[in-house]
Each structure stands twice: as C-alpha cells, then as structure tokens.
Design a protein around this ligand. Structure first.
Ligand code: KG4
Ligand code: ZN
Length: 463
C-alpha cells in the first residue's frame, strides 16, 4: 500500500522576515478573500447559553451545532518558543498562518529561558495576532471563537497567549476554547487528511514530548508510551549544540543537514530501552553516549562553530550526527512497531498512524517511520513541516473540532483586569496510561500534574 502522505500544505506559504532587528520569521498564507460568516449570531447566542456554566473549559451543547463552513476560528500558540497565530475555517480552509520564531534567542542562550521567552512572546503577540487577522482579511467581529493553547508548556509563555486570547475574546464577546498542545499536534492531521477517522494511532515527537497515543475519539486518548526522561527533539538540539552547529535554523534541522554528509554506521551507539518490552522512550542515555563520542574525538564542545572545523573534524562530526540520528530514529521505529501491535489488539479497525510534532518534519524520520507503518498495512499521515512544528493552525483546528461539539468557555468580561486569574496547565497529560504501558523504568515526576484531558472530558460528559 502506498500511503505516505507528505501532505503538502493546502495553500501556498510565503515567508518573510521582519521587525525588531532580529530574524523573526513570519509565515503568511495567502488565500482568496474569505466570505464573511453568518455564524457570529449563532455562536453568540450559543455562548450565551453557556455563560452560567462553571469555569471548566467544556460546556454542554444545548443548541444544534453550526455548519462547519460557518465557523471561523482564530488559534493562538505560545506554549514554548514560537509565537503563532492562524485563522482557519470550519471546512479546513487555512485563511492565514503567522509564526514568529525565537531561534535567535535559542541560539544565543542555548535553550529556552522561560523569562526571556515570555518577553519575546509579549513583544510580538499583538503583531502576530493582528497579522493573522489582516492576512485573513477579517476583524475580531468576523470570528466565531478564539482557541488558545492552555497547556502543557511553560507557564510564563502560556500566560502571554491566554491573556491575549481573553482580551480579544472579551472585546468581541467571543467564546474561548482551551486547547491541549499535543492534541493539537495530532488533530491537525485530520485537517490534512479528511479520511482520517477515529480511532487512529499517533506518534507525537517534539522538543518536550515523545508520545504514542491511541486516539479512540475526539478528546478520548489512551497513552501507550511516553518518555521516561528526555524527548527526541531535546536530544537533537543538544547534539547539534555540542557539534557546534548553527542553531539559528534550529538544532534539529541543522543536525539533519549535517547527518547527510556522515556515515550512519560509523559509531555503534546502543539502542535505548531494548530490555523494556513496552512503548516508552528514553533519550538521556543516548545523549551521554554522544557526548562521550565527541569528547573522545577531542572535538571542543562549546563555542566551536562547525564552519571553522577542518575537513577531518567536519567528517568526524558528520559521522556522529548521522550515527546519532540512525539510533535515535531506530528507537522510534522499535517502539512504534510494538505500539501498532498493541493498538491493533485494542482497536482492530485502526487504519492510520499520525506522525506529528516538530521532529516529524525531518525527512529521515518520515521515511523510516513510513516503512514501519506500511509494513504493518497501515497508512501514515504526516502533516507538512510547517504544520508539524508549532503553529497556530493546529490550535485553531483543534478549537474547531471541540467547538463543534459545544466544548468551550463563555466570553470573558470585556473589562477583565490584567491580573485576573485563569487556569493554565503546564503539566497536563493527554490521556490515561495503558496498563501494559507502565514501565518499571518510568521515573516521571508526578507532582503538580493536572488530570488528563481525557479524564476531564469524560468527567464533564458524565456530569
Ligand atoms: O513541536 P515543536 O515545534 O515544539 C515543541 O512542542 O517542542 O518541536 C520542536 C522540536 C525541536 O527540538 C526541534 O529541534 C525539532 O522539533 N525539530 C527537528 C526538525 N525540525 C524541528 N528535529 C529534527 N529534524 C528536524 N528537521
Ligand atoms: Zn509542539
């Protein structure tokens, strides 16, 4: 079965840099002028029905759902180091997409420093959101609701997006949909592949998460596996930094590029967690192996740009990059194979595996995973790179999916004070753990973890 959807973006993406003297990147999606919507009235009266609901993010649907085409959702994403916004129509048309990246900050400070990331978000959030509305040729008046990431992520960063969403929603009296960042990574695949029905399997790989998820239905997820320490994106970023790569384009993309020059079999890094017959991940040990390999080759690890390396050193660095990538991805392949077997036992009707999150924009990752998926008779759905890395489209789309089921919050007051309290969920699992998936190797910190999205939705449905 040929089933490899490197789904191309539904509209053309134009890119330009601008403002503040740094390399903030905006992706703008040009589209024809959107038709204005009639739903404003529907959504307002609908929201009104919910104003007496609790402050939970989910309200019961008490009037017929609006037609998909009539919904227009603004999505805002600030959970980590990208400030993103997009406007998406209920039928999946992307009316605009804007991303302002903090790659410069990342390269200067060697990682996401929460306070600095917060400042960077605050500096551009108004422009990013305004740009998304302008590109869509809309104003707040034309929106049906605002979707915003409320977790998981860095509290300081999440707060910037949520505050912006609440200000806008207050002024235009719009409902708010609080979105789970990892659910958004998974669900954006349904915008790309319209045949993608529940149940499906998802491998979500990013800077902070490594998740294997069985998606039973919207808002109902079973976690088959997660990382016991680092996520794969973190391992890519660290390795890239130690190898002196140019972090301005992002550690992952820089390492992917260098790996093309190297021999992937030159170093036999050991494959993580082979002795654990589950679907969990670990990347801390591989990071240590990479560090030792770099040290043993006497490559200076910090402040050593690869552009200054001689040919032999560069070759040696490329070999490390390629060998790291082979083993990091082999670990994904092995866990994915087991997850497919588990998932097909639980839900034999599964046809698709979704591959998403920033690391899923890597061509080697996509090619290797496509083999695993096809060998098992499934179809791989992988969003285009601009929808794999953090973006506002996935938040808007997830907002639409929940909004159409009546899961949203009423509009906040127009005069809400700046220091008003609202809930953020920095540590928020997507689903309950599969009992067979609980590894003895698990060392997850469990303090201050919110109940999972799935248990919250199930609780609210029962109520
Ligand atoms: O989903 P994402 O944009 O943000 C988080 O939610 O963390 O993922 C970011 C991660 C970073 O670690 C970045 O280096 C990695 O995705 N990444 C890649 C590639 N593009 C982004 N890793 C490997 N190869 C790539 N081409
Ligand atoms: Zn992400």
């Amino acid at each position: 079965m040929s089933s490899y959807l490197f789904a191309s973006s539904p509209c053309s993406v134009s890119r330009f840099s601008l403002l503040l003297g740094s390399s903030l990147l905006f992706f703008g999606i040009k589209s024809s002028a959107p038709r204005l919507t009639r739903l404003r009235h529907t959504s307002k009266s609908w929201a009104h029905l919910c104003t007496r609901s609790s402050s939970k993010f989910f309200s019961a649907l008490s009037s017929p759902p609006p037609a998909h085409d009539d919904v227009i959702m603004l999505g805002i994403e600030t959970s980590c180091d990208d400030t993103a916004a997009a406007v998406v129509r209920g039928n999946g048309d992307i009316l605009s997409q804007v991303v302002s990246s903090q790659a410069d900050l990342l390269s200067r400070y060697g990682g996401v420093a929460p306070k600095m990331a917060e400042e960077a978000h605050s500096l551009v959030i108004d422009q990013v959101v305004q740009r998304a509305l302008d590109d869509a040729k809309l104003t707040g008046n034309d929106l049906s609701a605002v979707a915003v990431t409320i977790g998981p992520g860095l509290s300081l960063c999440l707060r910037v997006g949520v505050q912006k969403a609440r200000r806008l929603a207050g002024v235009f009296s719009l409902p708010i949909v609080g979105v789970h960042h990892m659910e958004a990574h998974a669900l954006v695949a349904r915008l790309i592949e319209r045949n993608l029905q529940f149940p499906f399997l998802a491998l979500l790989i990013s800077g902070g998460h490594n998740l294997l998820i069985l998606a039973h239905k919207l808002g109902h997820y079973l976690q088959l596996g997660t990382t016991i320490d680092d996520a794969i994106g973190e391992a890519y970023d660290k390795t890239a930094r130690w190898l002196g790569l140019d972090m301005r384009k992002g550690g992952g993309p820089a390492l992917e590029e260098l790996a093309l020059e190297g021999d992937a079999n030159s170093i036999n890094f050991s494959i993580p967690m082979r002795q654990h017959k589950d679907c969990n991940f670990s990347y801390a040990g591989l990071k240590t192996q990479v560090r030792l390999a770099i040290e043993s080759r006497k490559i200076s690890m910090e402040n050593n740009p690869i552009s200054l390396a001689n040919l032999d050193d560069r070759r040696s660095q490329a070999d490390i990059a390629a060998s790291f990538q082979r083993v990091a991805v082999l670990h994904l392949e092995e866990r994915c194979q087991r997850a497919i077997e588990w998932a097909l036992k639980i839900e034999p009707s599964i046809k698709y595996l979704v591959l998403s999150g920033g690391v899923a924009s890597n061509k080697y990752v996509r090619a290797r995973l496509s083999h695993v998926v096809e060998n098992n008779g499934l179809e791989l759905v992988c969003p285009p790179p601009s929808l794999c890395t953090d973006n506002g489209v996935m938040v808007a789309w997830t907002g639409i999916e929940h909004f159409l089921l009546g899961r949203f919050d009423p509009p906040p007051p127009a005069d809400e004070p700046e220091d008003a309290m609202f809930e953020l969920r920095p540590r928020w699992p997507l689903g309950e753990e599969y009992s067979q998936g609980k590894s003895e190797a698990r060392s997850l910190k469990r303090s201050r973890v919110f109940p999972s999205l799935t248990s919250m939705i199930q609780g609210s449905v029962q109520n």
